[in-house]
Ligand binder design. Structure first.
Ligand code: F6R
Length: 365
């Protein structure tokens, strides 16, 4: 069942090109069509004036990426909230808000209860993004998009996350199109970006030996800091979550601009700092945040794009992911942080597929 792999997590990391190709297959055939989200979608999605996304854990980080896409591409206000918080909050239901729940398992109790809470508040436009067919959350939702990641067995979510991102990008572009914000040219470009995504992810997977070489050092540390900005900040959060879940190393993620408002005090020679630094409009800002870290002796481990110019120097290690892939860059930048957590766990000898205290589907509160 594991084939050439040592763990389900490693297998599932490597299945991502196929999981993504399977998930976007229907999108490439149909374009950004509401029919992808169910029979009722053409009439329901056309009414949407805002989006509220609810999820837990890694699925919540997928939501956090989607917020940038939904605002930027569909020009719709978008809020994201952790399901276990939303379900106990007296939120004000705005009219024509689409409530999106994201769940790999479709059985996470807090996400299910958050959906019911939203329905009680008066929301009736509900969409589930889910990997398990006919599970509880999609059954309770009017619209559904199934990711086609296949069964995810490792407790730490990997291929479910990147396929959720592909689904959410499709949602953003579909909403944009319905609202007249997507020209034929941009639609063709986005479809092309999606078509190339499995290949870019495969390139990132090929970096495994380089990432593994960093893992030895991480395995000897007690703490790690992850930095990102903009749409890549949630990828820093995801990298920190993967590391703490399977290696038990304390890891935190910050939007890099927050460094000097507190966490910089933590930085010394013992603190490895991982930076997600794609070649986008925020790179110059990230670069100056990196210098703040270096000036305090922090060792930097940077995931940059092939086409960004800064090189390695003392205390600055760089791995280059494929050429900047544009709007889908967060998907590609997820791969190296997954690999870093995986190889650090191997170096520490922890139980990668079944980390202590955790369960695959959290069906209790
Ligand atoms: C982290 C992880 C969890 C899940 C969370 C939600 O690697 O797997 O944080 O993402 O428990 O699970 P689903 O997506 O099944 O609702």
């Amino acid at each position: 069942e594991l084939g050439p792999y040592s763990h389900f997590m490693q297998k599932e990391i490597h299945e991502q090109p196929k999981a993504l190709a399977d998930t976007i297959e229907q999108v490439l055939e149909q374009g950004f069509s509401p029919a992808l989200f169910g029979a009722e979608a053409a009439s329901l999605l056309g009414k949407v004036e805002g989006v509220q996304i609810l999820a837990c854990g890694t699925s919540y980080y997928a939501a956090s990426v989607a917020r940038y896409w939904i605002e930027q591409i569909a020009r719709l206000p978008c809020q994201v909230e952790i399901a276990s918080e939303y379900r106990y909050r007296d939120a004000v239901a705005l009219p024509n808000q689409l409530v999106v729940t994201i769940s790999q398992s479709g059985e996470t109790l807090d996400t299910m209860e958050a959906l019911k809470h939203a329905q009680q508040l008066g929301h009736d436009l509900t969409l589930s993004i889910c990997n398990v067919r006919e599970s509880a959350i999609p059954r309770a939702s009017r619209l559904v998009f199934y990711t086609r990641a296949g069964a995810e067995i490792g407790v730490a979510s990997t291929k479910a996350f990147t396929t959720q991102l592909a689904a959410l990008f499709t949602l953003a572009a579909t909403l944009a199109k319905l609202r007249g914000h997507l020209s034929a040219e941009v639609e063709a470009n986005y479809l092309d970006d999606l078509r190339k995504l499995p290949g870019s992810v495969q390139h990132a997977l090929n970096l495994e030996p380089q990432v593994k070489a960093w893992a030895e050092l991480f395995s000897t540390r007690q703490h790690a800091l992850f930095l990102g900005r903009g749409v890549h900040y949630p990828i820093a959060l995801e990298g920190a979550l993967k590391l703490k879940e399977i290696t038990y190393i304390h890891a935190e993620a910050y939007p890099a601009g927050e460094l000097k408002h507190g966490p910089l005090a933590l930085v010394d020679e013992q603190m490895p700092v991982v930076v997600i630094a794609p070649n986008d409009s925020l790179l110059e800002k990230v670069h100056s945040n990196m210098q703040e870290v270096r000036a305090r002796g922090g060792e930097l481990f940077v995931f940059a794009d092939l086409d960004s110019h800064f090189g390695e120097s003392d205390g600055l290690h760089v791995i280059r992911t494929p050429r900047h892939v544009g709007v889908l860059s967060p998907v590609v930048h997820t791969i190296p942080v997954q690999l870093l957590a995986y190889h650090t766990a191997l170096a520490r000898g922890t139980d990668v597929d079944k980390p202590r205290n955790l369960a695959k589907a959290v069906t209790v509160e």
